[in-house]
Ligand binder design. Structure first.
Ligand code: GLC
Length: 416
C-alpha cells in the first residue's frame, strides 16, 4: 500500500512538473505566396526540438493595412495574445509601447550579423523592439522570352522604355497586358507610389520631417501612374484593385509582360506546377524616372513579443524567434518562400545563389532600398497617401489636386 501511494505521489509530481514547464504561445503569420506553408514546416522542426513549447499560428489577412488594424485592436485591449507578432517594417515606432524591449538580448539574437538597416528599422528611441525576419524591396519582373522575341536585349532602364516595350509586345501578343502592379487602396499602393515619386525626384518628408510632397516631381510621378492605365493603356484598369497576389497570379498565368512585386514571387513563378511562365522570367531593378534614378521601396517584416505575455511565454517566444531568424532557417525561408534574408552571411551561401540568383546579384539594391517615413504617425500618413493616390488612379481627382490635398492633410497630421 505504501509503495502504491508513493507511486501515485511520484506520478503526480511528474505530471505537475511536466505540465508546468509546457507552454503554449501564439504567433501571427501572413499567407502571401508560400510563406505560411514554409512557416508550418519550420514550426514542426522547432516543436520537435522544443517539446515543451507549443506554437499555435494565427493566420492574418494578406493586406498589411488590415493586419495593422487587427493589431491595434489586440494590443490596445491589453491582451497577452498574440505572443509573437509579425510586424511590418513601418510599424515599430507605433507599436513600441506594446512590445517587449529586446535591447538586452541583442547578443543572444546575434544582431551584429544582421543587415544594419533592418536593425535600425527595429530600433525605436534606442530600444530594440523586434528582430528582423526578412527584408523586401520592389522589383521588376519581366518575360525574358518575350523581350528576346521582340528584339529587346535588356530589361527597360527607364519608365519610358518600359512603356515602349510593353506597347510593342502587347500589340502582337494576344490576351496580354503590359504591366501589372499594386494599385488597390492599401499599404502596397504607398510602396508603389514611393517608387515613382522618388524616381521622378520627389519625396514625402525631408530629413527634418517637413512635408515636401507638393512638388512638380510628385505631380508628374502620379500623372505617370494614371497615364499607365488611361493614356499608354499598358496597365489594365483592374490594377486599381490589385494587391501583390492578384498581380502575381496575372503574371504567372502568362497574362502580363511586366510586373512590379516583391522577391517572394520568384519561387512561385518558377514552380512549373504553379506557373505557366516557369523558366521564362527575369528580375531587374525597377526602371529609372526622369530624375535619372531608380528607387525600390524598402519593405520587410520582423518578429516582436507582446509585452503582456507571461515571463514563461516570453522565454518561449525568444527561443522561437531565435530559431526562425537563425542562419539555417533564414536560408530555408529564402529558398522556399523567396523571402530575403536579414542575416548578411546568408547572402554568401552558394545554395541561395543557386535558388534565387537575383537576391545575391541585386544585394546592393536591397540594402539601398528607400524607407517609408519613419514616424509613430506613419499609419495616418499612409492612409492619406492611399486615399489621394487611389482617387487619382480612379479619376475621381486630378494628380495636381490629389498632391495638393495630400500635402495639406499631411501637414495637419504632423502639426505643421
Ligand atoms: C510587403 C512588404 C511590406 C509592405 C507590404 C505592402 O509585405 O514587406 O513592408 O508594407 O508588402 O503590401
Amino acid at each position: 500500500m505504501r509503495k502504491f501511494l508513493l507511486g501515485i505521489l511520484l506520478l503526480t509530481l511528474a505530471v505537475v512538473a511536466f505540465s508546468s514547464s509546457r507552454v503554449t504561445i501564439t504567433m501571427t503569420a501572413g499567407a502571401v505566396g508560400k510563406e505560411l506553408e514554409v512557416l508550418y514546416a519550420q514550426l514542426d522542426v522547432f516543436m520537435r526540438q522544443n517539446p515543451n513549447i507549443k506554437v499555435s499560428v494565427m493566420p492574418m489577412p494578406n493586406s498589411s493595412t488590415e493586419r495593422h488594424d487587427l493589431y491595434v485592436t489586440y494590443l490596445a485591449s491589453g491582451e497577452k495574445e498574440p505572443t509573437v507578432l509579425m510586424l511590418d517594417v513601418i510599424w515599430p515606432a507605433e507599436f513600441a509601447p506594446y512590445l517587449e524591449d529586446l535591447t538586452a538580448d541583442k547578443d543572444y539574437f546575434e544582431l551584429n550579423k544582421f543587415l544594419p538597416g533592418t536593425v535600425k528599422a527595429a530600433t525605436v528611441n534606442g530600444r530594440i523592439v523586434a528582430i528582423p525576419w526578412f527584408t523586401d524591396a520592389g522589383l521588376l519582373y519581366y518575360r525574358k522570352d518575350l523581350l528576346e522575341k521582340y528584339g529587346f536585349k535588356n530589361p527597360p532602364k527607364t519608365w519610358d522604355e518600359l512603356v515602349k516595350m510593353a506597347k510593342t509586345i502587347t500589340a502582337k501578343e494576344k490576351n496580354m497586358v503590359g504591366f501589372v502592379w499594386q494599385g488597390a487602396r492599401y499599404e502596397g499602393l504607398v510602396c508603389d507610389f514611393m517608387e515613382y515619386l522618388v524616381s521622378f525626384g520627389g519625396d514625402v518628408l525631408d530629413d527634418q520631417g517637413n512635408v515636401i510632397i507638393n512638388s512638380p516631381a510628385a505631380v508628374k510621378a502620379l500623372q505617370f501612374m494614371v497615364d499607365l492605365i488611361y493614356t499608354h493603356k499598358v496597365s489594365p484598369q483592374a490594377v486599381t484593385t490589385y494587391m501583390e497576389e492578384e498581380a502575381r497570379r496575372a503574371f504567372q498565368n502568362g497574362q502580363a509582360v511586366f510586373m512590379r512585386n516583391w522577391p517572394y514571387a520568384w519561387s512561385l513563378l518558377n514552380d512549373p506546377k504553379e506557373s505557366k511562365v516557369a523558366g521564362k522570367v527575369g528580375v531587374a531593378p525597377l526602371p529609372a524616372g526622369p530624375a535619372g534614378k531608380s528607387a525600390a521601396t524598402l519593405g520587410g517584416w520582423m518578429l516582436g513579443i507582446n509585452k503582456n505575455a507571461t515571463p514563461e511565454e516570453k522565454e518561449a517566444a525568444k527561443k522561437l524567434i531565435k530559431f526562425l531568424t537563425s542562419y539555417e532557417q533564414q536560408l530555408y525561408k529564402a529558398i522556399n518562400a523567396g523571402q530575403n534574408p536579414t542575416m548578411m552571411d546568408v547572402y554568401k551561401d552558394p545554395a541561395l545563389k543557386k535558388a534565387a540568383p537575383f537576391m545575391v546579384e541585386l544585394y546592393g539594391m536591397f540594402i539601398n532600398a528607400v524607407p517609408r517615413p519613419r514616424t509613430a504617425k506613419y499609419s495616418e500618413i499612409s492612409d492619406v497617401i492611399q486615399k489621394y493616390v487611389h482617387a487619382a488612379l480612379t479619376r475621381q481627382t486630378t494628380p495636381q489636386k490629389a498632391i495638393e490635398d495630400m500635402a495639406k492633410e499631411l501637414n495637419k497630421i504632423l502639426g505643421k
